[in-house]
Design a protein around this ligand. Structure first.
Ligand code: SF4
Length: 365
């Protein structure tokens, strides 16, 4: 019976044979109502490509400012500079938080922020330098391609110049945020004041050329259609073939609360778990053989759905997502989050592995 089902889907048949899927194959997967078939195929391909390990990093998340010159319709985070809860951390405050991250066992800090209209390049360079000087072993993953592009426009320096100077100051890698969805049709309705999809791709290509590897994300579950998802995946695949600079692909589920998209009733509810799983499975099959790390962002999914997503093509859990707030609120022993993730992986019969930013294995459990 399963064989008959596979024969009904050319895309699944081709994926299981190890062929690269076309744009139309991707659409077929997204529109296939049989999630079981697509998910099981993605799980099969995952097993073939990366085996039974499920990786995660001990990461500390930090936002250096919530002040932003943009006003994206999908964002609940940004503030204008004169709002009472607007904040900007000094490089010294950031360094102190990195010291906390170290105590918590983090091996990387993930630092992003809004497009601050007054901060100049020396602020970012100082941030890198003060972290590296005090914590040379900490891997710095900072600034999305969208932030770099904005900084280049603000300071009238080329993207190459900005990235080279930040790399010299200590930047090790870049997160994958700001990619959202590249397709202009949908991008224009979810971001305002942010670079275009092509500008994001050009910026990250420049980073890769300078030896700065990065992650790449996709914001889904709002107003997009299957065509936009597949367009995004194909563009990632093409760039990865050119640079090899993407470390992992992280689909990000759109969170509705307090966004303009919610207030204007453009999106009434968050997407279903079925759609989440379809995204993970399709991503695995579309990127197979080119970008083999497919991350499940468990913070957005919750741990139970994350476990299911790992059985539908996912092979990485991103990380512990420590933050100052979690640290203060929970007062948890540092390693408990790492152990919780390891337990989550063991519960589904897979092998937990703590990794560094670049997927080098640190320890297994
Ligand atoms: S660029 Fe857009 S998504 Fe990023 S902080 Fe500013 S408003 Fe939010």
């Amino acid at each position: 019976m399963l064989r008959d089902l596979i024969k009904e889907s050319k895309a699944v048949e081709r994926a299981l044979a190890g062929e690269e899927l076309s744009y139309n194959d991707g659409l077929e997967l997204m529109k296939d109502e049989n999630l079981f078939l697509v998910g099981a195929s993605a799980d099969f391909v995952r097993k073939k490509l990366v085996g039974e390990k499920v990786t995660f990093a001990a990461s500390y998340y930090m936002n250096y400012t919530n002040v932003c010159a943009a006003s994206c319709q999908m964002c609940a985070f940004y503030r204008k500079g004169d709002e009472s809860d607007a904040y900007t951390l000094t490089p010294e405050q950031i360094e102190k938080r990195v010291a906390i991250a170290k105590q918590m066992g983090a091996t990387e800090v993930h630092i992003v922020g809004g497009f601050h209209p007054k901060l100049q390049l020396d602020y970012y360079e100082n941030m890198m330098r003060i972290i590296k000087k005090n914590h040379p072993e900490m891997s710095i993953k900072a600034f999305t391609a969208a932030e770099i592009f904005y900084l280049s426009k603000l300071t009238k320096n080329s993207v190459k110049e900005i990235l080279s100077r930040l790399k010299d100051a200590g930047l090790d890698s870049m997160p994958g945020g700001g990619a959202e969805l590249f397709h202009p049709e949908v991008r224009a309705q979810i971001v305002r004041g942010k670079c275009t999809g092509q500008e994001w791709l050009d910026t990250i290509e420049q980073a890769h050329k300078l030896g700065i590897k990065s992650n790449v994300t996709m914001l889904y579950g709002h107003i997009e259609k299957p065509e936009h998802v597949i367009d995004h995946l194909v563009k990632i695949r093409e760039l990865q073939k050119k640079t090899g600079g993407f470390i992992t692909f992280i689909p990000l589920k759109f969170s509705l609360d307090n966004t303009e998209l919610e207030q204007q009733h453009k999106v009434e509810h968050e997407c279903s778990s079925i759609y989440d799983l379809k995204i993970i499975a399709t991503s695995r099959l579309m990127l197979a053989g080119v970008l083999n790390n497919i991350s499940v962002y468990w913070v957005a999914f919750g741990k139970k759905l994350a476990q299911v997503a790992l059985s539908n093509g996912g092979s990485d859990l991103v990380g512990t997502a420590f933050s100052e707030e979690i640290y203060k609120a929970a007062g948890k022993p540092t390693n408990s989050s790492v152990l919780e993730l390891a337990t989550m992986v063991k519960e589904i019969g897979r092998k937990p592995v703590q990794r560094d930013t670049f997927f080098k294995e640190i320890r297994s459990f």
